[in-house]
Ligand binder design. Structure first.
Ligand SMILES: Cc1cc2nc3c(=O)[nH]c(=O)nc-3n(C[C@H](O)[C@H](O)[C@H](O)COP(=O)(O)OP(=O)(O)OC[C@H]3O[C@@H](n4cnc5c(N)ncnc54)[C@H](O)[C@@H]3O)c2cc1C
Length: 444
């Protein structure tokens, strides 16, 4: 196929945005089509009302890490000042009861060695077994002979119940959004390789200061428009079909129905819609659609709590002790006010993966999380609270998870999204890398 001159990107999540930015930078005329009013997809801004106080927050609390190199490069290429949009902090796992694992400012591997030496709440034997585990992983280049469940893998490497409960389970849930018993050990090893196992910068935590649309997608929109491209928010692609050796896209939006023609298409919308939107290509997409049909998904729930003036929300992020038996569901708490003064008094609490919290009503869940923060962080009752549950937040990162390549058997139709091939679980970095890979395939 010749290098395309006009490309339609369907879906304005982080994958579609990354593809659009790369294509626009290469001088291609891009039309980015997004069904919602805002770009960002599963990582986008939302405005929430707390009994009359309006705050611009996100559809779900996100955390980035220094290992997200493609995102860092993309932000730099868009002239985004990274420190204005995220707060970079050395890796830290801090519980309110004093348990703490904190990387130092020293270069690798000393940043981690000092973390183990200065850890609070671990025996020397546990520090030793954690160090041996990481050394063994490094010696095998972070590759398992065969993928398996992360819980059994950690147990076989001598990780004690406390190491699992305090370190591996929270890190595994945050990275894979899948309970360790069901999660892929290889995907976890890949994440560890590029974060804790890499240099100090890679292990840094990036806490978003800006809302998630402002962090990257808004900058992509400005970039695409400045290069003569188009961004069609509030417009849904209802079908993609062949038009000679080009493509015809049917669009539905505020202005009614219309047709767009393009030399190539990046499909960066959800996998579950591909069969319907690209029905004209069903035979060629047979294997892709069969893979998609096998996907399982995991939810993520974010509870936002608005505290009265003077409440001492702990700065940064704090790991919480979750225990469904006592309705303590929260796993992490973030102080949104410290990250952006416009959100003073707002804490966000994350509950990853499926669990008994899903049986609670929204009101009961808010009350349970507020009570957990009262007991564990000493916070007063909040003035108001809101819950956002994303039922299909990520793919379930199970052992042997298969995801399709970005290229398809339809010349000129490429796929992007955290559900396409990646060595990472469904994350922002997987999405951005997939978008760039899809664009690169069209530029060859
Ligand atoms: C609550 C929550 C918390 C998370 N936390 C983290 C985290 O801490 N760190 C991390 O790295 N990742 C996290 N993730 C995962 C991360 O958000 C996703 O991996 C990433 O946003 C996926 O981007 P995407 O572009 O692949 O897909 P999406 O964001 O789903 O983008 C698809 C886009 O297509 C649009 N669309 C759908 N149909 C059409 C159509 N017919 N025409 C046009 N447009 C269409 C949708 O509106 C959407 O904008 C989290 C996800 C959630 C939901």
């Amino acid at each position: 196929m010749n290098r395309p001159r006009q490309v339609a990107v369907v879906g304005g999540g982080w994958a579609g945005c990354a593809a659009a930015a790369k294509l626009a930078a290469a001088g291609i005329a891009v039309t980015l089509i997004e069904a919602s009013a805002d770009l960002g997809g599963r990582a986008r801004r939302v405005e929430l009302d707390f009994d009359g106080d309006r705050h611009v927050l996100d559809n779900g609390q996100h955390l980035l890490v220094g290992a997200y190199r493609a995102i860092a490069r993309l932000l730099a290429s868009l002239d985004v000042d990274i420190d204005a949009v995220v707060e970079r902090r050395p890796f830290e796992l801090r519980y309110p009861d004093g348990f703490r694992l904190q990387a130092s400012g020293l270069p690798a591997p000393w940043h981690l060695a000092t973390a183990l030496l200065t850890a609070r709440g671990l025996t020397w034997a546990e520090r030793g077994s954690m160090a041996r585990f990481l050394r063994a992983l490094k010696a095998t280049e972070w590759r398992l002979a065969a993928d398996r469940d992360a819980a059994g893998w950690l147990a076989d490497h001598g990780q004690s119940a406390r190491l699992v409960a305090r370190i591996w389970r929270p890190l595994g849930l945050a990275a894979l959004n899948t309970p360790l018993q069901e999660a892929s050990a290889q995907l976890l090893a890949n994440v560890l390789r590029d974060s804790l196992g890499a240099d100090r910068d890679a292990s840094m935590l990036w806490l978003p200061r800006a809302n998630l649309s402002a962090l990257l997608p808004d900058a992509v929109e400005r970039f695409v428009l400045a290069r003569g491209g188009a961004v069609r928010r509030g417009t849904r692609a209802t079908s993609i079909a062949a038009d000679g050796d080009r493509f015809r896209l049917d669009l539905a939006g505020g202005d009614g129905a219309e047709t767009l023609r393009a030399d190539a298409v990046v499909y960066a919308a959800p996998p579950a819609q591909l069969g319907r939107v690209a029905a004209a290509f069903t035979p060629a997409l047979h294997d892709v659609l069969a893979t998609i049909a096998r996907y399982a998904y995991e939810p993520i729930c974010t509870v936002y709590l608005k505290y009265p003036e003077g409440a001492d929300v702990p700065r940064g992020l704090v790991a919480l002790r979750d225990d469904p038996v006592v309705r303590a569901y929260g796993q992490w708490a973030f102080d949104r006010g410290a990250l952006d003064p416009a959100n003073r008094g707002v804490a966000s609490v994350v509950i990853s993966a499926h669990g008994p919290h899903e049986d609670e009503s929204m009101h009961a869940l808010c009350e349970a999380v507020a009570d957990q923060l009262r007991r564990q962080l000493g916070l007063p009752p909040p003035r108001a609270a809101r819950v956002i549950t994303e039922k299909r937040a990520t793919l379930a990162a199970r052992p042997g998870l298969q995801r399709p390549a970005q290229t398809t058997r339809v010349p000129g139709l490429v796929l992007a999204g955290d559900w396409t091939a990646s060595e990472y679980p469904s994350t922002l970095e997987a999405a951005v890398r997939s978008g760039e890979a899809a664009a690169s395939a069209l530029l060859q």
